[in-house]
Design a protein around this ligand. Sequence first.
Ligand SMILES: *Cc1c(COP(=O)(O)O)cnc(C)c1O
Length: 430
Amino acid sequence: MSSNHELFQHASERLPGGVNSPVRAFKSVGGEPFFTARAEGAYLWDVEGKRYLDYVGSWGPMIAGHNHPMVRAAVERAIGNGLSFGTPCAAEVTMAEAITRLMPSIEMLRMVNSGTEATMAAVRLARGATHRDIVVKFEGGYHGVGDSFLVKAGSGALTFGVPSSPGVPKALADLTLTLPYNDADAARVLFAERGDRIACVIVEPIAGNMNCIPPHAGFLEALRELCSAHGAILIFDEVMTGFRVAPGGAQQLYGITPDLTTLGKIIGGGMPVGAYGGRRDLMQQIAPAGPIYQAGTLSGNPVAMAAGLAMLELVSAPGFHAPLEQRTAMLCAGLEQAASAAGVAFTTNHVPGMFGLFFSVGPVRSYAQATACDVAAFRCFFHAMLERGVYLAPSAFEAGFISAAHGENEIETTLQAARESFRIVAKAAA
Ligand SMILES: *Cc1c(COP(=O)(O)O)cnc(C)c1O
């Protein structure tokens, strides 16, 4: 099996949709995915030997570039001592101290194996600590695949949620309420009605799963005030933004202190790792220190800790984030210019290391605006870029990522491909 097509045919026989995670399947852009054989720096190579300039970065972890020599060396060293112990190991302590140093709102934490596990455990903790059941989240927010998160808004902001996937019990969905992102007034109304029943508000402090939408000034502040006033727990889901947008995550960038934070992606350096943590008085309620149960056979795995620690060392080095920010800005400005020259309605959002592309006149500040973009134009652009060796996220609703290995040459190559691709989009629309 040496071609992408042949592999995808075989994969589709044995894996639902041919993949182990849905967005990889190219369903929303059409066509078939390529199968990666190797990755290095800013590039992927598929099994046919074609090279792609990669703006997905394994969906976030590869902020230092693929296969970074320091991360690889750390993993190789750790492997020499064994793959898993099932007892405490020193690397877990080093990891806990590294995370709490970078994110001071995290006084204690628990390592887990994915972002999904982190958010599920954080919600259980919030419910257990407050003795309340209602979870508030935001439209277009993504917090992994726990049942309580696969819920969409009912007919109004104050109605109970409805399952967004078969298999999620209605009785559980009733306990999740969904508000519009960047709408502090909607949150105020909800808290005025039900504040005494809300266990927690979980929010991506920069929305990165409905493309990239930064918070309005005052939005996160309002959530902080409402949670404090009503005794609810504020959870920042920084699985994507943690250590990406600043060494201390979005909470450092915006100066807001959540009660709990969920982490993933970058803290594993490419290995399956997540974590949740925050206020000591809350974390002390987790078993075996307290009664709220959560456990994991491979949690704190020594090889995963080694990869994550090497990655955290890279991202916490002084001056790591400034060039990321510069190149993200350079890329977005160049793309807007190229679109405008081709007469294509297009706008971008960006924060350091993370960007969103929208086929719309913009600005895009809400879920409703993000979903109103021209998806057909995105598809056309995606495939034109892919043909030119530039791999964007295969969905109009995913953020793009830049790594430290994306230099000015890579940005210029991308913009050259984009100038041609926008002309193709314009022609297709005409
Ligand atoms: C990716 C992501 C998750 C889920 O993490 P997994 O490791 O895929 O389970 C949760 N929250 C946010 C904000 C994410 O971006």
